[in-house]
Structures are given as structure tokens and as C-alpha cells.
Write a protein that binds this ligand. Sequence first.
Ligand code: SAH
Length: 216
Amino acid sequence: MLEDNYKQRGLRNKLVKNLQKKGISDPVVLDAIGKVPRHFFFENALLEHAYQDKAFPIGEGQTISQPYTVAFQSEKLEIRPGDKVLEIGTGSGYQACILLAMGARVYTIEYNRKLYETTRDFLPLIGFRPYFFHGDGSKGLPAKAPFNKIIVTAGAPIIPSALTDQLAEGGILIIPVGDRESQKMVRIRKRDGRLFKEEFANFAFVPLLGEQGWKA
Ligand code: SAH
């Protein structure tokens, strides 16, 4: 049923070239995009959408992020094999698969119970095993902290202090921050206990909900 044939691998290689043209250069990221079958996240009738560089609805008003966005955030995290990574906003699980394919240990938290259950049950079937959590990721995951890397895949009104608190020394947080429609990609690095901030281009994510997020 879940078939990954030469045609899909060909489309995936095209997607990798497309992302390279758009400025993604980390070979580990490109390799992961080339490995994870994004079409497994799409219904049969929608397969042609799987390897276009577009976000796509996954139900519950949520989306599977655009491949460029996934690649951009993954690259900015500077993943090293064995890094302990927290992802806020499991959604479809595609981003979590990319991080696993890059050699990270992934803890992923999802606010929407139905999405949490669906993805928790589905990812192991296609061979990907992050640790799944259900809850408000705007508060991080204190029981499992600290993390080498934290990635927020929903647009936040502010940088939740819980997340910078749960960052290990030398760690990196990547988070889109702004209003509900558009957010600036922000990277925070923790060095000698101090926080260093960098800003990148604008993106459009679905809103981060919860205590440190937007009202639903
Ligand atoms: N990373 C996902 C994209 C997710 S879209 C992927 O690769 O497909 C953003 C997700 O964040 C949605 O599933 C939404 O339900 C979830 N979300 C929003 N606010 C959240 C919060 N406070 N904690 C955890 N998840 C949250």
C-alpha cells in the first residue's frame, strides 16, 4: 500500500534540486529530504501534490509545512548526530521524520489530541520513531529538558521563556515570531548562559496556541 517507487524517488530528487536552487545547502538536510517519502503523508488522490514545494492541509485546520520551510528550519538548527531535539507542533510528523533522518533524537509535542493520536499511530508504520507527547508545547517539555535544539513549527506572538530556559548550553531555538498572518524566523543561541538572537526572512505559519501562544 505504501509504495516508494522510482517515480516518487525521481520527484523527490527534483524537490531536492528545487530546494538547493532556493538556497538550502546543508547536505545533511538535502539528504534527509531525499530520503523521507513525503507522499506517505498524502491520500492517493492527492499524490501529485506531495513533491511540490507547498504547504498542504492535513485536517483539523492544520497543515503539513512547505518543504522549503522544513528545510530552512532544519538547516538553521545545525543538527549534529545524537542531538536531543524538541519539536513543538507535531502535525503530520513530516518535520519530525526529517530530524530523525538527520540523526537527531526527537521529542515532539502536539496540542490537538486527534492529530497527536493519528501521527503517533502512523509514523512507526513508516519506520520513524520520535517520542510523542500531547499537550501545550508553548510551555516546552520540562520533564525531558534540557534540549540541544528546539524547533517551533507554529507562529508565536512572543518567544516563550520556558523554551529558552529548556535550552542546553550551546543550544539553538528556531521559532517564527510575529502576528497571526506573518512571522519573522528567529534563531536564539545559548552561549555561556546568555542568549544571542538572529533574524531571518518572513514566513506564514498556523498560529501557536496555548498559554504562551494565541487564543484559539
Ligand atoms: N511540524 C508539522 C507542521 C505543523 S503545523 C509538520 O511537519 O507537519 C503546526 C502544528 O502545531 C499544528 O498541528 C498545531 O495543532 C500545533 N500546535 C499549535 N499550538 C501548539 C502548542 N501550543 N503546542 C503543541 N502544538 C501546537
